[in-house]
Design a binder for this molecule. Structure first.
Ligand code: NAP
Length: 335
């Protein structure tokens, strides 16, 4: 089977290889991959800046979906023909994540989805929403589930609340959609007015350009007359203090990404003064994924797909993600 491996640092280190088609173990399923999607993390993995455990010559990408073509002897929850995706961590079925779950993250500690066939653990496999194609399903495992974990599990978003999402990348657009699904008002920030117009079409009530309005936290407080209920924080060191400024007293921050860098100065008094509820988010469990898919089905929600690249153009797809020109998800189609 054809697959890509990370052989050396940089997008050019992605190397097309021919590997034997794997055979499922007793509690594994073999999936013929129909599509994959890219996440910011995948850029970190190919560039060599990823800080979590990494398998040598790993097949990258946590996100992909396809059809089961073979099941192990003890598999009971799936059958051949089921349309599925893999959970980000192959070792976090539900509850509190086990200590080693990071080591079983797809496309990092274990092989990922950028291959014609992949093996998934039965407990790390999730059926797609009924109305989803493989391409749509491939958007869900990392960006979708992280946004769900933030907005629904930690955020416990309620109708009438205000959720601020940072930027218009994969996680943030899903967060916008889930916040709207639960009846919240959304403030989106972006570097681009054009992207803000897109976010408004998707249901954001307000847009703030963080380039032309660097004090976007004050703008959010002004819009809400007191502060937002929750910030979906993907910026990291360069945005965290402003996120604290943007929330109302007792507001929540879901700390997800560090796009501006991991280290900076934070005044703990700001957290204290705001009685802020800050939760680190690490994608989500298989059971959260199943709950998310039920909500997606009931609400007939569709993901926002920016562009689809063929399997042969994987490097171009990575360059497109790196350019940050996208809104929502960048995909790779197989087959
Ligand atoms: N903890 C977890 O479990 C978890 C899971 C998934 C992702 N993440 C992290 O979350 C972050 C986003 O991931 P992603 O895959 O959604 O990325 P992505 O699709 O590449 O999106 C990046 C977008 O972020 C926006 N952005 C960049 N700098 C910003 C800033 N200073 N303020 C506000 N927005 C900014 C830009 O949108 P505009 O062009 O509109 O400004 C950019 O297009 C990454 O750091 C990733 O590693 C963490």
């Amino acid at each position: 089977m054809r697959a890509y491996q990370v052989k050396s640092k940089g997008i050019d280190g992605l190397t097309l290889v021919d590997l034997p088609q794997p055979k499922p173990g007793r509690r594994q399923v073999l999936v013929k991959v129909g599509a994959c999607s890219l996440n910011y993390r995948d850029l970190a993995i190919v560039s060599g800046s990823y800080r979590m455990p990494m398998k040598e010559n790993v097949i990258p990408l946590s996100d992909g979906a396809g059809e089961i073509v073979e099941i192990g002897a003890e598999v009971t929850r799936f059958k051949v023909g089921d349309k599925v995706a893999g959970n980000f961590s192959q070792r976090w079925e539900g509850g509190t994540p086990p200590g080693d779950s990071g080591g079983y993250a797809m496309g990092g500690g274990v092989d990922g989805m950028l291959a014609e066939y992949v093996l998934l653990e039965e407990t790390g496999t999730v059926k797609l929403p009924n109305h989803y194609s493989a391409q749509e399903g491939a958007t869900l495992p990392c960006a979708g589930l992280t946004a769900w974990n933030a907005v629904v599990e930690h955020g416990e978003t309620k109708a009438g609340q205000v959720v601020l999402v940072q930027g218009t990348g994969g996680v943030s657009i899903f967060a916008l959609q889930f916040a709207r699904m639960f009846g919240a008002e959304v403030i989106a920030t972006s570097s681009s007015d054009e992207k803000l117009a897109h976010a408004k079409k998707l249901g954001a009530a307000h847009g703030i350009n963080y380039k032309t309005t660097p004090e976007w936290d004050k703008a959010a407080v002004e819009i809400t007359r007191g502060g937002v209920d929750q910030v979906v924080e993907v910026g990291g060191a360069g945005t965290f203090t402003r996120s604290l400024g943007a929330i109302k007293s007792g507001g929540k921050i879901s700390l997800i990404g560090v796009l501006t860098g991991p280290q900076g100065e934070t005044n703990p008094m700001l957290i204290l003064g705001k009685r802020a509820n800050v939760q680190g988010i690490s994608v989500g469990s298989t059971q959260m994924f199943e709950a998310m898919n039920r909500a997606i089905s009931v609400n007939a929600m569709k993901p926002v797909i920016d562009k689809v690249f063929p399997f042969a153009d994987v490097k171009t797809a990575f360059h497109h993600l790196q350019s940050q020109k996208h809104v929502g998800k960048v995909l790779i189609a197989l087959g």
